[in-house]
Design a protein around this ligand. Structure first.
Ligand code: GDP
Length: 193
């Protein structure tokens, strides 16, 4: 990883602080526009979330949020698959994510955010496969559930469950807040708090 595309020392420092504290981390990832920032805000409406740091890059950054009462961190990974991204930017995204996912011993799960209106995409499946290959538990989440009919939602759940060996994604909406409490329960369960 070149320092020009992403500030690696800062990320390394952040990861080593959390590792020393043995603090559990759960990463959030998804295609750009999947609703990740909205979901972080929705989660924060139900619980105290403190943004502790960001590792700036030219176009992307990793944000760490400490869940104050439970003592674990949510790690907001940069969105992927943005149509206007150059090949080089895609590569630097992949390197950054792979670096994070393979250098975080206290990582307890990867929450994979999936738009409930969009059928499974290659980039999402690649990330799921990468996580599985590295023994990282997956927590699939269907975002924007308010925009889907019941039929569409269960279709997506079935499709993903087939691809993820029976793991059923959790529907959430940052707009009407459905599923947000259930998501907090899952996050706590994975974090072990
Ligand atoms: P990010 O790129 O993944 O961080 O996505 P954003 O959180 O910025 O959301 C992208 C767009 O989807 C914005 O226009 C949001 O208002 C919209 N959006 C996000 N979450 C929801 C949701 O749960 N329901 C609805 N209806 N729209 C949403």
């Amino acid at each position: 990883l070149e320092a020009t595309t992403f500030n690696k020392p800062q990320l390394q420092e952040q990861l080593s602080v959390l590792e020393q504290r043995q603090e559990a981390q759960i990463a959030l990832a998804g295609r750009s526009n999947v609703g990740k920032s909205s979901l972080v805000n929705a989660l924060a409406r139900r619980k105290q979330l403190a943004k502790i740091s960001a590792t700036p890059g030219k176009t992307r950054s990793i944000n760490f949020y400490r869940v104050a009462p439970d003592g674990f961190s949510l790690v907001d990974l940069p969105g992927y698959g943005y149509a206007k991204c150059s090949q080089e930017e895609r590569k630097s995204w992949a390197k950054l994510i792979e670096y994070y996912l393979t250098n975080t011993p206290t990582l307890k799960a990867l929450a994979l955010l999936l738009d409930c209106r969009i059928p499974p995409q290659a980039l999402d499946r690649d990330l799921a496969d990468f996580a599985r290959g590295h023994g990282i538990p997956l927590l699939p989440v269907l975002t924007k559930a308010d925009k889907c009919t019941q039929v569409e939602r269960s279709k997506r759940q079935q499709e993903w469950s087939r691809l993820l060996n029976g793991i059923m994604p959790l529907p959430v909406s940052s707009k009407d807040m459905r599923g947000v409490d259930a998501l907090w329960s899952e996050l706590r369960r994975f974090a072990g708090t």
